[in-house]
Design a protein around this ligand. Structure first.
Ligand code: AP5
Length: 215
């Protein structure tokens, strides 16, 4: 299955992508994680992207499109994938269509701006693999350590409240129009994000027509 997950910053895209990925054994391609890794390594992409990310702005379409086009050619994407954080603009969606990869479903996770601001302040991420946790809603098994790779959990710089407000503004202006784009293609499904990770997952699996094993 080839899935796009849409939603405002902090809507739970990364959290749900991890659960779907485990269940379907397909990779997650998260542009935010790719960019953060590049910033950490201070490589060419990282140097360009850092200022945009720190201000809550989008990195330019041509850079992101090239990254995704290359990534989707890799062998592990042949059996399906989850796109988290891409596309984020209409030109990015058009670029994806132009490389003739047929997306099956576009899932939108709906969460109010007030709830987003609450969630972002409690988010902690693994500095090694990028997995997402929350001080209140999603604890790791061992305090401050990632369940997947035992990396340290840190707060993202762009989770500062002013940057979150800017990211929400950018989301409403540039990313929300994608809903209509995919409604017209007949691929759009939407769920209301719940204040509970597994309830949200249940709704998503139901919409995708999949069995959810919560054990
Ligand atoms: P990116 O990393 O993609 O950030 P984002 O879209 O703003 O999304 P987040 O990762 O912040 O949130 P999420 O929806 O994954 O939520 P999460 O699961 O962590 O992008 C970062 C930056 O990179 C962008 O600002 C931009 O500069 C650049 N960029 C990336 N892609 C780009 C592109 N295509 N084009 C141009 N620029 C690009 O959940 C959030 C928190 O809530 C967590 O703590 C989690 O544990 C908790 N939580 C999750 N679900 C629930 C629930 N149901 N109930 C309670 N808490 C929950």
């Amino acid at each position: 299955m080839k899935i796009i997950i849409l939603g405002a910053p902090g809507a739970g895209k990364g959290t749900q992508a991890e659960l779907i990925s485990k269940s379907l054994s397909i990779p997650i391609i998260a542009t935010g994680n790719i960019i953060r890794e590049a910033i950490k390594n201070n490589d060419e992409l990282g140097k360009i992207a850092k200022a945009f990310v720190d201000l809550g702005k989008l990195v330019s379409d041509d850079i992101i499109i090239e990254i995704i086009e290359n990534r989707l050619q890799k062998e592990d994407c042949k059996g399906g994938f989850i796109l988290d954080g891409f596309p984020r603009t209409i030109p990015q969606a058009q670029a994806l269509d132009s490389i003739k990869i047929e997306i099956d479903k576009v899932l939108n996770i709906k969460v109010t701006d007030d709830e987003i601001i609450k969630r972002m302040s409690g988010r902690r991420v693994c500095e090694k693999c990028g997995s997402s946790y929350h001080l209140e809603f999603k604890h790791p098994l061992v305090e401050n350590l990632c369940d997947n790779c035992q990396g340290a959990l840190i707060q993202r710089k762009d989770d500062h409240p002013d940057t979150v407000k800017e990211r929400l503004k950018v989301y409403h202006q540039q990313t929300e129009p994608l809903k209509d784009y995919y409604i017209k293609q007949g691929k759009f499904i939407e769920i209301q994000g719940q204040n509970d990770v597994s309830k949200t997952t249940e709704l998503i699996f139901e919409k995708l027509g999949l069995q959810y094993d919560n054990s």
